[in-house]
Design a protein around this ligand. Structure first.
Ligand code: N01
Length: 547
């Protein structure tokens, strides 16, 4: 048929797939397998030369997931029965090994084209197909178009004066060299203390000659309580059905974890009860328990939140002996309510920062003035460094899709559609973009969920939808404007119920100068999100226009 890579050609001789997925991470893998089951000819285009999505790009020192085993994986028995993670919280190398395992078991790579960078797409109204353009100049047509590029596909580097003058090495955590970087005995500067910064600092400071942290906002880190997993014990758990039960549990909780908020209000307990409960969450259980397993009003009521902050602060002050550093890491006046910026999980971060070879510079009090040939200057003076690491995050959530030239039927790109405010239907599609579904993106549970929980439900819903459409001979589906209006209203309502709007965070775009500040994620929890998706397929595709 003349088309390459297993595609058939469409009427104009352009290679055609029923489904084209962008990105080769968790979302793409689970969707591909489901599309295959429906008998749809499906292809993944991946910009990188390997799979793993975020775990392909983010190979900075110490990169490790904050969701625990077993929930941070695809939940299919044929995958978990012969793969066992060695740690409760897997590192990037092990996650890459996991992706290779899935690739082998499901024979994924035969349907993936690597080094294939999708740049633009337009919808052909006559054919009801997308025409997708790649950076290599090639064109592909498809009926269903599914960008699955995650919420962190567009990194952010602040425009600090003089960075190009610096004679040493400069890195961004999100595009860490695949071959690694030897940082031993180096004088290192890390700018940013989000999850990437915390992990990088924790890993590199012990081997660095000196490390300077440029901190704008302290990260309210939680102890990870990392453990090695015993393969025999894990095997027993699998056989006893513990894994399946954990996956099922994820469908019922707010964030797609195995635990949920404690259905008691903070002030309804005595100070002694609170202290005991906080200790259990923070010290005994660790991980996100202190966040996602907290009192049910912690993220909604300031007085309740203050209690959580107070306890967390005293805990940090016990671990950091240097009083000045302790105050910078956990100040008396919290810069934002506890948990309204994403807390990171740390292993020995506080002990590492306490070392004599680590300094913290508060860039709120003394902003970075410039980067020079030899280091970084603030009002506190000049620090000579060999290496500068930007751990400054992403134009998160909307930046990923917004950077692609995908045009709607009105000729406007997604970015243009969102110019005056984010608009999606149920965080999975947009009006004027027929036959397009995106995964792990804006106005979905995305940043408030365990990644595999969110993308698997979204993929499951797409599978159900496409099956139903095929049975009914429908080839075009588009979100109605009123459904989009409704979802935006509900997203805002859920957001405004919480304390999240009080923090300057990437959750609402305030990390990027000039970006509109608004709720980028669905804060109504996974169960309600899933119900909204399912309900929309009832009553003759409520909220959708079909043809
Ligand atoms: O990015 P971030 P990240 N001058 O935006 C600072 C996921 N993730 O890559 O807080 C000085 O959180 C900025 O300061 P401030 C996870 O969901 C997960 O670390 O805006 N500093 C902040 O400290 C995570 O939340 C994992 O005041 C500047 C930092 O840079 C998300 O990805 C690992 C600055 C950016 O932190 C993003 O994490 C990694 C400036 N001009 C990532 N501009 C795990 O699962 C920005 N900053 C473990």
């Amino acid at each position: 048929n003349g088309a390459s890579n297993g595609a058939t050609n469409d009427a104009d001789g352009i290679p055609y797939f029923d489904v084209l997925i962008v990105g080769a991470g968790f979302g793409a893998y689970t969707t591909l397998q489901r599309m295959r089951r429906l008998g749809l000819k499906t292809r993944i285009y991946e910009k990188g030369s390997g799979s793993g999505g975020i775990w392909y790009w983010n190979q900075y020192p110490g990169a490790r997931v904050d969701s625990d085993t077993p929930i941070y994986q695809l939940w299919e028995k044929d995958l978990y029965e012969d793969f066992t993670f060695t740690e409760r919280y897997a590192g990037w190398k092990e996650l890459q090994r996991y992706f290779k395992h899935v690739d082998k078991k499901w024979d994924i790579s035969k349907d993936v084209e690597y080094n294939k960078n999708v740049e633009a797409a337009t919808f052909d109204e006559d054919k009801n197909q997308w025409l997708v353009e790649c950076a290599d100049g090639s064109e592909t047509s498809c009926r269903w178009f599914i960008p699955a590029i995650g919420f962190a596909a567009k990194r952010y580097t602040p425009p600090i004066k003089g960075v190009s003058d610096f004679k040493g090495d400069v890195f961004h955590t999100a595009v860490w060299p695949q071959w690694g970087v030897n940082l031993k005995n180096k004088r290192i500067a890390v700018i940013g203390t989000g999850a990437s910064g915390i992990q990088t600092i924790q890993e590199t400071a012990p081997k660095a000659k000196h490390l300077t942290i440029y901190q704008r906002t302290p990260n309210f880190c939680l102890p990870m309580n990392q453990t090695k997993l015993d393969p025999t014990e894990e095997q027993k758990k699998k056989e006893a059905g513990d894994y399946d039960r954990a996956f099922e549990e994820c469908g019922k909780t707010f964030a797609g974890f195995t635990y949920d908020f404690y259905q008691v209000k903070t002030m309804d307990e005595t100070p002694e009860q609170r202290e005991k409960f906080f200790h259990k969450l923070l010290v005994e259980q660790g991980g996100f328990h202190y966040w996602l397993g907290a009192y049910k009003d912690m993220l909604y009521v300031q007085e309740a939140n203050d209690e959580a902050y107070k306890y967390w602060r005293s805990y940090v002050h016990q671990r950091v002996k240097n009083a000045e550093k302790a105050e910078l890491l956990a100040p008396e006046q919290a810069p934002h309510p506890w948990g309204t910026k994403r807390p990171s999980l740390e292993q020995n971060f506080y002990e590492v920062v306490d070392q004599d070879n680590v300094d913290i510079i508060d860039v709120n009090a003394t902003p970075i003035e410039e980067i020079t040939e030899t280091g970084i200057r603030t009002a506190k003076g000049h620090v000579d460094v060999d290496t500068i690491i930007f751990a400054t995050g992403f134009d998160a959530v909307t930046g990923s899709l917004g950077q692609l030239g995908i045009k709607g039927t009105d000729g406007r790109t997604i970015k243009e559609h969102w110019q005056d405010g984010l608009r999606t239907s149920m965080g999975i599609s947009l009006a004027k973009f027929p036959n397009l579904f995106f995964l792990y993106g804006p106005q979905a549970p995305t940043a408030f969920s365990n990644g595999p929980s969110c993308v698997q439900y979204q993929a499951m819903w797409i599978e159900k939808l496409l099956k139903q459409l095929a049975e009914e001979g429908i080839v075009r589906i588009e979100a109605k404007e009123e459904a989009v209006d409704d979802w935006c209203k509900r997203t805002k309502e859920k957001w405004d119920e919480t304390l999240f709007p009080k923090a300057k965070s990437w959750y609402q775009g305030s990390n990027i100068p000039g970006k509109k500040v608004e709720a980028l994620n669905w804060a109504g929890g996974m169960p309600l999100y899933r119900k909204s998706l399912d309900d929309s397929l009832e009553n003759n595709y409520q909220g959708w226009i079909t043809a």
